[in-house]
Design a protein around this ligand. Structure first.
Ligand code: SAM
Length: 442
């Protein structure tokens, strides 16, 4: 019989070797192993926890092995990370070391003594004691990076954004797996009676626990999982000015189509014509599937958004540019993602973001509005992209987006970033979504 620990070992190996996404492969690994619901919870926490906390775990393990940790066989290293996560973060009792030594015996017998000795050393101190030890002579940024298990460059970026006083809250929030939020698409579904409503979106609610597939409306696609920040990004665009019949809307970067569905649900009753575009064919297919509840009322195109805009000047009344980005605003959602990001990712992304936004502004009708949205708060991908695109388009200006947001979510606080909206997990319990409305004035 496969155990939770074995599932966690297998999944972390595939994340490491095949660049797999843990959230995509873990559910089927759990199903294949036929784990009980208790063991499924254990496997899930172990896998995501050890991936998320890798920075801290490695700093501790580095102190406990002779020589550099990178020299340790990668399968053994993953086992040590999982076990150290259990000991220090979950604070499971030291007898779990025997379970891991048994695993080591089964998988790589020669390492069992080394695993035992290393884990005994780990278990001699608490997490707090280890953090004090491994950050003793560290800079403040490095100490934060270790304590909250983030790459140091990301900590530096976040300090720039929220300041040193608040950054710990943001880093801690990134280590909390989010409670899934759902949306009942307006006009197609209503929030279940008694469901806990989300704070800001009029259509959002939280699941009551249990399997999401049991939630009414999920299988028909009229209720779906969607971060509240994503819901608000769409609603800010649809509330930018009253919807007129026969408006033309474009979702320029639509895959996999979560936001398109809310655009369609909002626009269809007004006779809006909506086009959803996505450059990657397999993601365009996901957009088509996402739009199943709307029949063929939404046109789906598979094009480079820059070309599409170049051929359609003065055409659309509202455009959503949900740009490809580093995704640093959704680190809490994807356990391993923080370790895969590099500052160099910006080299290709930023010019693409600028061209997509600039192209979209060129496709607006006079009075039309673009919502530029990223799931990253970094200035290079947000305010700087907006400033560069506006500089190219004297006919466009930014709109005070926080004011529009309060028409959707009157109780929201602390969401203003200049003329834009900036949501954060530690402030709003959403992904760190950036939203800037831009209007063509002439
Ligand atoms: C942040 S995702 C969009 C998420 C989507 N709006 C949703 O809510 O489901 C960005 C998308 O832009 C697509 N993309 C990247 N480059 C593009 C381009 N040049 N033109 C159009 N889409 C592009 C990516 O493939 C990706 O699917």
């Amino acid at each position: 019989m496969t155990t939770a620990r074995e599932v966690a070992l297998d999944v972390t190996a595939r994340v490491r070797d095949d660049d797999a996404y843990s959230n995509l492969i873990l559910p089927s690994a759990i199903r294949d192993a036929r784990l009980s619901s208790r063991d499924s919870g254990h496997a899930t926490d172990l896998t995501y926890g050890a991936l998320r906390w890798r920075g801290l775990l490695d700093a501790v393990l580095d102190e406990c092995v002779n020589g550099p940790l990178e020299r340790v066989d990668s399968d053994v290293r993953d086992l040590l990370r999982l076990a150290t996560y259990e000991l220090l973060v979950r604070r499971d009792p030291p007898h779990i070391i025997n379970e891991w030594v048994n695993q080591a015996n089964r998988r790589f017998r020669r390492a069992a003594g080394f695993v035992n000795a290393t884990l005994r050393a780990v278990s001699r101190r608490t997490a707090e004691e280890w953090i004090a030890t491994v950050t003793e002579n560290a800079s403040e940024t490095h100490a934060l990076a270790v304590r909250h298990s983030h790459p140091e460059w990301i900590v530096r970026e976040f300090i720039e954004l929220v300041g040193a006083g608040e950054v710990s809250d943001l880093l801690s929030a990134n280590n909390e797996p989010p409670v899934p939020t759902l949306i009942a698409l307006p006009g197609l579904a209503i929030r279940p009676v008694g469901a806990q409503h989300t704070e800001y979106s009029p259509y959002g609610f939280r699941s009551e626990g249990g399997s999401l597939s049991d939630v009414a409306g999920i299988s028909d696609g009229v209720v779906r999982v969607q971060d509240e920040g994503s819901q608000l990004a769409v609603l800010v665009l649809t509330h930018a000015f009253p919807i007129q019949p026969n408006e033309r809307w474009l979702d320029l970067c639509a895959g996999p189509g979560g936001k398109t569905a809310l655009l369609a649900a909002t626009g269809n009753p007004h006779g809006v014509s909506l086009e959803a575009n996505e450059v990657l064919p397999h993601r365009a297919e996901l957009v088509r599937r996402s739009l199943a509840p709307f029949g063929d009322s939404v046109a789906v195109s598979v094009r480079d958004g820059r070309e599409l805009c170049a051929e359609n000047s003065n055409t659309f009344d509202r455009i959503l540019v949900d740009a490809p980005c580093t995704g640093l605003g959704s680190l809490r959602r994807r356990a391993e993602s923080r370790w895969r990001k590099q500052p160099d990712d910006l080299v290709d992304l930023v010019p693409l973001q600028r061209e997509l936004l600039s192209g979209a502004i060129g496709s607006l009708t006079v009075g039309g509005v673009v919502a530029y949205v990223t799931c990253s708060p970094l200035a290079a991908e947000t305010t700087e992209v907006v400033a560069a695109s506006i500089a190219e388009h004297p006919e466009a200006e930014t709109v005070d987006t926080a004011t529009i947001l309060t028409t959707v979510a009157p109780s929201i606080l602390n969401a203003q970033r200049g003329s834009a909206v900036q949501l954060y997990p530690h402030r709003h319990h959403t992904d760190a979504m950036f939203i800037q409305l831009i209007r063509r004035t002439r």
